[in-house]
Design a protein around this ligand. Structure first.
Ligand code: HMG
Ligand code: MG
Length: 369
């Protein structure tokens, strides 16, 4: 059967924005996250503490986290430290990062064109209640969780210094992507994560382990399920509290999802520690999600408005849109805690900020009444 409740792990502010070439002002990012929280999302990935040249868009992590003070879990929210200790390299990256030569196909591909500012005005929010940012989820029991990506010790130090309580490391099932995304082999990347995870756990932070290219890889083609199961096991053995299985390029289909989850189950990976992370390149993300739910998965990653990639570029699309996910889940009678009207209004607002409409079918349907 299907679960009664699904935890949505919102990645729009990180995975969604990391591909935007034009730097989004840090205040807009903070407001986006506040509105997502006000719409009822309990887990909102905020940013990445990576090298600013690799992902220039997220080079303002030190500036962003203090703006979310009071929103996150724990006393004082995400942050209780002095923001004046912000990383100098990160600040430099925030102002001069565009056009640098990162080689990540996800974060810093200089070949990716941005339509920001070139498209007609964003869609109208008519008919949808506007999110009230001032009420943003901070009043709930303990507030929202605001995880951040960290690749290495430098990253976890930067994050912990800001009071972050949830981190995510990000490994790869393929050598090609490990090299492109982390400048490491798969084994070297896992070795790089070991002290990161230990440090985070020692500080009482929760650790998620992303695993990219679980289904197909742009350089290597189909990815063997046994390989994904092996690296999943190794990430858990390093101390990750949960895994997120990434279909980075969106090539998975439901039978493949089902086969992978069956193998993971046989390999002793507990289903309640597995999340799924689908990109919607081939329009399969919702079908894949349903297959995962049927296997008992209850954590699903999604991006508000389907942010991510570029809707005008052939090669790249965003994550599964959170609105499309919520529409399906609520239709199935599955609880999410999300107010779909408020969430849609948030994505319409964000689309206005970016200067192009949301690619989410549900956002379009609900905002064109
Ligand atoms: P590297 O060049 O091998 O780094 O990159 P290094 O360890 O040799 O260090 C080089 C310099 O970078 C040093 O400075 C370090 O201090 C600095 P220098 O001494 O030369 O002045 N440095 C840092 N600065 C700030 N913060 C840091 C940091 N680390 C080193 N954390 C590295 C290795 C991992 C740093 C680089 O490859 C990197 O930052 N990669 C990030 C790529 C990324 O963010 N990709 C997108 C996220 S993954 C994703 O989107 C997939 C996902 O959505 C799931 C899915 O869809 O599959 C999660
Ligand atoms: Mg992703």
């Amino acid at each position: 059967g299907l679960p009664a409740r699904v935890r949505i792990y919102e990645v729009g502010a990180r995975d969604g924005l990391q591909n935007e070439k034009a730097i989004v002002p840090v205040e807009v990012k903070a407001e986006f996250i506040r509105r997502l929280a006000a719409a009822g999302l309990g887990t909102i990935e905020a940013t990445s503490f990576v090298h600013p040249k690799w992902v220039p868009q997220l080079a303002d992590a030190e500036q962003l986290m203090p703006l979310l003070d009071g929103l996150g879990v724990g006393p004082g929210g995400t942050n209780g430290s002095d923001s004046s200790t912000g990383d100098a390299a990160a600040r430099e990256g925030a102002h001069g990062g565009a056009g640098t030569t990162g080689t990540s196909p996800l974060g810093a591909n200089p070949a990716r064109t941005s339509p920001v500012g070139t498209s007609p005005a964003g869609t109208s929010p008519v008919g949808i209640g506007r999110a009230s940012a001032s009420t943003a989820g901070a009043d709930g029991a303990g507030g929202v969780r605001l995880p951040v990506l960290v690749p290495n010790e430098r990253g976890v130090d930067r994050a912990l210094a800001l009071g972050v309580r949830d981190i995510a490391v990000f490994g790869s099932a393929t050598e090609s992507f490990a090299k492109a995304n982390l400048n490491r082999t798969v084994d070297e990347a896992l070795a790089m994560f070991a002290p990161v995870i230990a440090k985070a756990a020692g500080a009482g932070a929760r650790v998620r382990g992303y695993l990219s290219m679980c289904f197909g890889d742009p350089w290597e083609g189909p990815v063997p399920i046994a390989r994904v199961a092996d690296i999943s096991r190794r990430l858990l053995d390093l101390g990750c509290d949960e895994l997120s299985l990434g279909d980075t390029i969106g090539v998975a289909t439901p039978g493949h999802v089902s086969a992978l989850l069956t193998t993971l189950n046989e390999a002793g990976v507990p289903t309640d520690r597995i999340g799924v992370h689908f990109h919607d390149t081939y329009g399969q993300a919702l079908a894949n999600t349903l297959a995962a739910l049927q296997h008992g998965v209850t954590t699903v990653d999604a991006s508000a408005g389907g942010l991510g990639g570029c809707p005008y570029a052939k090669s790249a699309t965003g994550n599964l849109a959170t609105e499309d996910l919520v529409w399906m889940l609520h239709g199935l009678g599955i609880d999410t805690g999300v107010d779909l009207g408020r969430l849609t209004a948030t994505s319409v607002w964000m689309a206005d900020q970016l200067g192009r409409p949301s690619p989410s079918r549900t956002v379009r349907a609900l905002s064109h009444k």
